[in-house]
Structures are given as structure tokens and as C-alpha cells.
Design a protein around this ligand. Sequence first.
Ligand SMILES: [Mg+2]
Length: 321
Amino acid sequence: MNHFPSDIFVDFNVVSIPTKTNFRGITNREVAIFSGSEGWSEFSPFVEYSNRESSTWLRAAVEASNTPWPHLYRKSIPINATLPNVSPEKVAGVLKNFEGCTTVKIKIDNFISGAELVEETLNILPGTKIRLDVNGSWSLDEALLYLYDFHLRFGNVFEYIEQPCTSFDDLVKLKSEIPMKIALDESIRKNLDGDLSDLAKAGDVAIIKWAPSGGFASAHEIANTVCLPVVISSALDTGIGISHSLALAGSFENLDFACGLGTVALLESDICEPALIPTQGFLDVNRVEPNFALVEKYQASEDRQEWWKNRVADIWKEWNL
Ligand SMILES: [Mg+2]
């Protein structure tokens, strides 16, 4: 085993928190937390991510624990609700965790089941703005067909469609055909070593994430390169990670959209008290600390603690080579 840098990762601990709904096939979310000179941070790439991809998350985590936050233009961030691909009867239960949010992002697979979720959401929250997130899973033909159907059925309720296709060329064609805006997530996050300067041809909005971007400085560099309005979003972080994402949202001079930072609501519990779930559709930007009773309650097993320490030690060594 490589040496674990305990001087950098002070008070290192791993929690495992059950999710309320199946999100990306995950029923328990494992997250490592630690502190540094500036405060607490979180390292939580999904367990199947490679060391290479995870090293970007580790850079973000260490930057946030040891470097002051960037200048903040605002201290309160508008938040969108996030609706996983659940069955329609579960929609109301999920949405009630997002009090006051007037934008709902819905994860969908296709038109038929997606339309049920849109319809149920609009029944519960009439007049809400809808975002669909496809995670790049449609071909160009599917995207054209489905989005045409969505537009015919629901009209102008869509704020944007997130990553309908994967390929850059397909997105460029789609953008010229559909009446909705396109937001780019995987096109940015899974392509950080590629050329991002052309992306405005393929989309209208850039989804920027704190940890997958490599932290504050790197996220701003990416946003400057992509040159599109930004939406700051998260994966499935605890309040510790969310606090840094909120600071990132606060550090952009222009923020025209609600941000996808209410996802603590999809976990059984936060490890911060109070939990970082939106009230009246907003979350405030503050440094936060874990509540140690909650950390103890959700503490991961010895085996998993060791696994995460090894993961950090391996990535740390590779990264310092
Ligand atoms: Mg997405």
C-alpha cells in the first residue's frame, strides 16, 4: 500500500448513507470527508471511477480544504429540484423535499415514461420549469423523435434538455433542429482533456460541477473556455461537498439559472446539521462542518475505510509523480 498522507487528510473518515431512491443504481452513497487549514472537504468519486478520473476530484477536495474560497458575488443560490427516474406515484414524495423550487430537472430514458414524469410533475407544481436529463443516451434519430413528441405534448415548459446525445456532431445537428435549448454535461465533464472551445456550437448552457472539474480555479477555466451561461450542479454529495458547489455558484458574476445543488434531499440524511436542503427554493453559501453524531451514525465499515484510504494514497502517489 502507498503511504496515506495523513498530514493532508486530517480527521479522514468515510460515511455510507442510504439513498431514498435508486439514483444511478446506487442504494448507499459512500463519501470520504477530511479537514484542512480552511475547513472541511469531501472526496466522493463514485466507486467505479478510475484513479485518473478520481484524481480530478481529489484535486478539488484538497484545494477546498486548504485554499480560501474565491470571491463571492452572492450568498444565496437558487436551487432546482432533481427528480430521479422513479415511477410516477413516487413523484410527489420526491418533490416535497424541494420546498419552493420552481424548476425541476427530470432524469428520463424515453418519451413514454418521461412524459408520465413530466405530466405528474406539472400536476403537482403547475407552471414549473422543466429540464430533462438524458445523460447522452439517445441517438440523433431518437432525440429528434422524442423531443418533437415532448414539444407537441407539453409546448414551452422546457427550460433545456441536458445532454440528449453524446456525439458532438449529433448535438450540433440537433441544436439546429429543435426548439429547445441544449445543456452540456458529459460533453464537458468526460472530455476535460479535449478541446472545449467549440462547444457553443453544440449547446446553449454549460453544466459545471465542482469536484469533477477539479475545483474552483479549474471550473472557472473550463467555463471561460466553453463560454456559455453556467449551471452549477452536483452528483450526490453530502452537505460538505454541496457547500463548495454553492461557493462555486456564488463565485460566478453571472448566474442566470437555478443550480442542481439540492441533491442532499435524495439521501436518507445529511451529515451536516441543519441539512443542506433548500428552503423557499434557495440555499445559502457558508462553510459547514459535519455533525459528529451523524458521522458516527453513518460511519462506513473498517473494510470500506481502508479501501478509501488506499484509493486516496494511490491517487496521491500517481498525481505527485
Ligand atoms: Mg447530467
